[in-house]
Design a protein around this ligand. Structure first.
Ligand SMILES: [Mg+2]
Ligand SMILES: [Zn+2]
Length: 226
């Protein structure tokens, strides 16, 4: 059987809004679970990608554990909250892959320069190996230049989403950080991908059984063991 194409999704800023922490003066991943919410039209966008037959895979740098901001269990809780929100639209995410390392981690076991931290492409390559995905037929969607670089390094097409796109362009360091496409949000990105894959037969993919409410989410998240 031919390897399946995937749409890789960055998490923060694509699926959920970033949170501005006024005390610290920066925007970051939401720490408490109650601050984690889903951006408008994300469930519909993911449903469309599911129906087009793409594997939908989150690939996310989450250095918050390494920095001591939250525990790994928060990742499981945010996955469950995401899948619950998607389920109402008949949508689901197939897998979550995280880089939980950071070069300046306060937790020694997570302090390293790894190849899975985007702009590295290893999260995408791990997913491709583990899930039998075709990288040249896949897309990487993100709101950061590192997402574009990671996508290109893995041989995928890239879609940049976000409102600050024009400011971003002047910071583009290299050819590889230039997106192939630009969209205002995940819904526009999904429509763009649908447009390019018009010849694909629409299929309706039943969500995996493990996504039932309150059941543990099966995930292939990368562990600190590496
Ligand atoms: Mg992001
Ligand atoms: Zn890593």
């Amino acid at each position: 059987m031919e390897n399946r194409p995937a749409v890789f999704l960055d998490r923060d800023g694509v699926i959920n809004p970033m949170i501005y922490y006024a005390d610290h003066g920066f925007a970051d991943s939401p720490f408490p679970l109650k601050q984690f919410s889903i951006l408008p039209r994300v469930p519909q966008a993911i449903r469309l990608l599911n129906d087009l037959g793409f594997a939908v895979v989150v690939v996310s740098n989450q250095p918050g554990i390494a920095k001591g901001h939250f525990e790994e269990s928060l990742l499981r809780e945010t996955e469950a909250k995401t899948q619950d929100a998607l389920k109402e639209a008949g949508a689901h995410i197939d897998a979550f892959y995280y880089c939980i390392h950071h070069p300046q981690a306060i937790k020694r076991e997570l302090r390293k320069r790894c190849a899975c931290r985007k702009p590295g492409a290893n999260l995408l390559r791990q997913a491709a190996r583990g899930m039998k995905l075709s990288l040249p037929n896949s897309y990487m969607i993100g709101d950061g230049l590192t997402d574009m670089e990671a996508g290109h390094r893995a041989g995928c097409k890239t879609v940049f989403v976000g409102r600050w796109k024009y400011e971003h362009f002047q910071f583009m360091r290299s050819e590889s950080s230039k997106p192939d496409f630009v969209a205002s949000d995940l819904w526009h990105a999904a429509r763009l991908i649908a447009e390019q894959n018009r010849t694909r037969k629409l299929i309706s993919v039943p969500p995996p059984r493990s996504t039932t409410r309150n059941a543990p989410i099966v995930n292939r998240a990368q562990r600190a063991a590496s």
